[in-house]
Design a protein around this ligand. Structure first.
Ligand SMILES: C[S@@+](CC[C@H](N)C(=O)[O-])C[C@H]1O[C@@H](n2cnc3c(N)ncnc32)[C@H](O)[C@@H]1O
Length: 261
């Protein structure tokens, strides 16, 4: 079969090391007993070959029509489960009505957006095993107090237990990317809903990190913090020093003061 020509604008860096593909696939655990698996960006199927060995029903979503033709020829048995589409926009309710896991060697140019979509779908996405640029992988898995800790770390850690699994050098891709890569696993925790208004929680986290160097007293000014909170030592900290529970607390305080007005 003729190989797919790598397209830069789609973040196509094809994995050439089969050992790494196997290691990524074996990191998928079927957490919470889930047996549906979605691969984002299968390309020519290097990782797909190993995901097919798992005791799960595999679905593929790929944006590139050239890769789609390749995948249909390579995997005729998957024909009803190959979705041509953009993971960021595609409505997957019909294809994946129940809970499912995600695996993939993500297109690095949109890996952050992929995680915001995962957050929107958090009630369904039970596990994510993926490769992405090492810097973003580290950031997502980072604990508070670390310079890498940011918006995605807090939002994802609110719903997922996150592990950094291993690093991957550029040489094992064709063409090699300019950055190192990292593989992480996210497993949905027991939190069905946070103990606060979740929409407001997302806004408070984003606001808090708006300017990393500012204290929360300044970065959260637009939220009109309740007076009782003014003397709270937390407000003299910066967002990177707060964990999920601290942000939940702040959100509860803001929510309560809004309710009082
Ligand atoms: C880094 S490559 C990985 C390819 C293959 N899984 C491998 O490991 O060799 C990323 C893949 O994601 C696909 N892709 C890019 N943007 C996408 C999107 N928005 N939705 C679905 N797939 C996308 C690309 O076409 C490409 O095949």
């Amino acid at each position: 079969m003729e190989k797919v020509r790598p397209k830069k604008h789609l973040g196509q860096h094809f994995l050439t090391d089969l050992g790494i593909a196997e290691q990524i696939a074996q990191s998928v655990q079927g957490h919470l007993g889930v047996n549906q698996l979605l691969e984002i960006g299968p390309g020519m199927g290097v990782l797909t070959d190993y995901l097919l060995k798992l005791p799960m029903d595999l679905h593929l979503i790929e944006i590139d029509s050239e890769s789609i033709s390749y995948l249909h020829k390579k995997y005729p048995q998957l024909s009803g489960r190959i979705i041509e589409g953009d993971y960021l926009k595609q409505n997957l309710d019909e294809q994946l009505p129940e809970r499912y896991a995600i695996a993939g060697n993500f297109p690095y140019n949109i890996s952050t957006q992929i995680f915001f979509r995962v957050l929107e779908e958090r009630q369904k996405v039970t596990e994510v095993v993926c490769m992405l640029q090492k810097e973003v992988a580290k950031r997502i898995a980072s604990p508070k107090g670390n310079k890498d800790y940011g918006i995605l770390s807090v939002l994802l850690q609110a719903y997922y237990d996150i592990e950094y699994l291993f690093s991957v050098p550029p040489e094992v891709f064709n063409p090699p990317p300019k950055v190192n890569s990292g593989v992480i696993r996210l497993r949905r925790n027991q939190t069905q809903k946070l103990d606060c208004n979740e929409r407001l929680f997302f806004q408070v986290v984003k606001g808090g990190f708006g300017n990393r160097r500012k204290t929360l007293r300044n970065s959260l000014k637009s939220f009109q913090l309740p007076e009782e909170l003014n003397t709270h030592p937390m407000l003299d900290l910066r967002a990177e020093q707060l964990d999920v529970e601290d942000f939940v607390f702040l959100t509860q305080q803001i929510e309560a003061s809004r309710g009082n007005h």
